[in-house]
Structures are given as C-alpha cells and as structure tokens.
Design a binder for this molecule. Sequence first.
Ligand SMILES: [Zn+2]
Length: 238
Amino acid sequence: MKTSKLFQVSTLNDLMLGDYNGTCSVKELLKHGDTGIGTYDGLDGEAIILNGKAYDGRANGVVSEMSDNDSLPFTTVAFFDESVKEEKVTFESIEDFKEKLAAELPSTNFFYMIKMHGKFNVRVRSCFKQEKPYEPLFKVAKDQREFEYHDIEGYVVGVYCPNYVEGMNLPGWHIHFISEDLTKGGHILKLSGEKVSYKLNKLTGWDLVLPETKEFSTFNLKEDLSKKTEAVEGSAKK
Ligand SMILES: [Zn+2]
C-alpha cells in the first residue's frame, strides 16, 4: 500500500500552552518532507518549508532561510507530489478560499497539503521570539505583528487537517505565505487571489513525533483549547 504521509512534530495544544522548545532540527525535518509549515525555537517566526528549504517569516517583517541546526517545536511537512494536475481558483477572502477548496476535497477525513502560486493580496502575522519562562500562545499572540501586501507574487503553502484531530493539530486549513523573491512571509490572516494556480496532495498517513520536553511531559493536554486556538490561528486583530 502506497501512503503519502503528513509528518508532524508535537501537538498544537502543547504549543498553545507554551512549549516553544525546538526539538526537531531543520536537517532532520527535511528528511521527512520538502513542503510544509510550522514555527521555530522560542516561537521565533512562521516557518514555510518550500522546495526542500526551510524559511522563517519573522515579526520584524524579514524572511531568512534557516540552517541545518535551527530547530522547530511544532511543524507539519510532507513530500509534495508535483505530478498532480494543476488547477486554478479565484477567491475573494480567506473564508471564500476555505469554502472553494473544501469543495475540491474528495473527502474531509484525510489530510491534504496545498501549494498555490500566483499573485495575492495577503495579510500575514508573525510572533516575536519568546524568552523563558514561556507564556501560553494565546497571551503571546496579542503582541504579534501584521503585514499586508497587495498584488504580490508568491506561494501559499498549507495543510488541511480533518476535524477529528482537534487538540493535536488545527482542524481545517492552516496556511502560510512566502513571496516569490523569498523576502516576505508569515501566517496568513487574510487572502484573496485571482486565477491563482494550485496543486493539492491527499495524504493518507500521519506520522506524529512527541517532544521529550518537560512541558510536554507535564502539561494537561486534555484541556479543550479550541476557542483559544481559534482566536490565535484564525482572524486578524480587530
Ligand atoms: Zn501558522
């Protein structure tokens, strides 16, 4: 049986509660996928993994390529199959994007990786690197920085997770942006695009690596954080 797997490090609730310790190196991560998203040690920016390279969209608005020894506390990647058919889509908002792309999924019970390319209007955010002792993400995210770009060429990389992963990852779409020239990027809060091209990979497996941190060992990971997660990962600041 051939499976294309999503490779995940840690769980979303562990990150939400403040475990920002990088446990997976960039070098190790790239052995498990060439495309994906995440964040770096200390919550230092938004990870975009594209074409086998790991980039960081930081809160100062700068993107840099990360090196082998940099590490990630939470991330999801997969090896992207470029041989799938390329489609085109137009959407006016992130909600419109979610609706249109959800309609394209053969089933919402699988994981998917999406790679889009084209010209976008996009609003992204990044968080600042945190110092220990770490505060939970819903407190830290209040200090996030947001940047808006219009008619910008770039890539959207994203993961779709089924509803049953609640607490372990974000149900639905989680998308990050990086500009064509690799200088701008972050976690997407608002998005529109006209006739942008995209490729969609269905993933039929899920590899989850649990971090051996003090936090992960002691946090109450059963707590329902869905409302707080929605507030952090969802919409732009009012
Ligand atoms: Zn994100």
